[in-house]
Design a protein. Structure first.
Length: 354
């Protein structure tokens, strides 16, 4: 099917731009096929939606990763609404030219994908080093967290921000660093006006809970910051996929009859507090599958129980069952509050029988 840039207005006219998921997939497909030259077509189409925001569109386009969707996804959406391709027969020369242009776009796209992947790897290392600096130099072992109080769980191998610090990341220079306390004001004063888009920063204040993320071999990859009101953030470029946290600590997993995997820190801490299982924190539903594979490598013979959050929107149970099938684990959906102890205790006996 021969679709060129000039064909996009008609193709897109068949698709409604109001649904954000469709809007994202169409943008991803167009960017994957045509690169930056497709932005104006996507943006003009998106402007027809009632919820259109020009600033949001530019930001989202910039963040779209090549290859997640293709032009075929766009064609699928259009065909579902009645679009049909132009059946005009091309000459042999036109076909040859179209094929050359298509192959050139694909080669350029592959270069971009490889360059993005290489930069991501470099930036993950840079940010991991900055996170290590925060973890070792700007956190305290004992502190107060309104979030932990509200969740009624303990602080297991986590730390606390003491004072105010700033984590900054420069996309262009491929650098990251930490500004402490009295120097934060000076940092902002020196920033050019308006603030450059290539510089990301996150201010961390007193009372922020800091949860570490580790990869294999105990290497710190990133940090999760949980504010007193429960807002959870990760630094830009912080490596979350496949990273995890041991709770209450690594030593607690020695000779453990059952190893649990849960999504968030509070859920994991609640499970450990209720029944004493050591728990691996995966941080979100989509990360359960890669984390479970790694944990099975760590514990090839132990019983692993994946404690799924009952949240259909984020797919907690779906990912939990997928991970369980991959590694031969059991899935439970704990009930929190008074029933959690009885619920989880009964599951121990069943899990041990696997």
């Amino acid at each position: 099917m021969n679709i060129e840039l000039q064909d996009l207005p008609r193709l897109l006219s068949f698709i409604r731009a109001d649904d954000r998921d469709t809007w994202l997939k169409v943008g991803n497909g167009l960017k994957t096929e045509f690169g930056e030259s497709a932005f104006s077509y996507w943006d003009s189409w998106g402007a027809n939606a009632d919820n259109y925001n020009a600033k949001d569109a530019k930001s989202v386009w910039k963040s779209l990763k090549l290859g997640n969707n293709t032009l075929g996804s766009v064609v699928f959406f259009a065909q579902a609404e009645g679009w049909k391709p132009d059946n005009t027969e091309l000459t042999l020369e036109q076909k040859r030219q179209f094929k050359l242009e298509q192959e050139a776009r694909r080669a350029e796209r592959q270069k971009t994908v490889e360059a993005d992947a290489a930069k991501l790897e470099r930036m993950q290392k840079v940010v991991a080093a900055a996170c290590s600096k925060i973890w070792d130099g700007y956190c305290v072992l004992n502190g107060q967290s309104d979030y932990l109080k509200r969740k009624q769980v303990e602080a297991y191998d986590v730390r606390f921000i003491n004072g105010t610090i700033l984590l900054w990341v420069d996309d262009l220079a491929e650098r990251a660093g930490v500004v402490s306390r009295s120097n934060v004001k000076e940092f902002f004063a020196k920033l050019p006006k308006p603030r450059p888009e290539n510089i990301y920063f996150r201010r961390l204040s007193h009372g922020t809970l800091v949860v570490p993320l580790f990869a294999t071999h105990g290497m710190l990859t990133s940090l999760q910051f949980i504010t007193p009101d429960g807002d959870k953030k990760f630094p830009k470029y912080g490596k979350k996929s496949g990273s995890f946290c041991f709770l209450p600590n690594w030593a607690s997993f020695d000779n453990a009859p059952v190893v649990a995997i849960a999504e968030g820190y509070a859920t994991a801490a609640s499970i450990h507090k209720a029944i004493g299982w050591p728990v691996v924190v995966a941080f979100d539903a989509g990360n359960i599958v890669p984390v479970a594979t790694t944990i099975r490598d760590y514990f090839p013979y132990e019983t692993i129980v994946i404690c799924a959050d009952k949240d259909e929107k984020r797919g907690g149970e779906k990912f939990a069952y997928q991970a369980a099938e991959n590694i031969g684990a059991r899935v439970v959906v704990p009930f929190f509050g008074e029933p959690v102890i009885d619920s989880c205790t009964s599951e121990i006996n069943q899990a041990r029988s696997l």
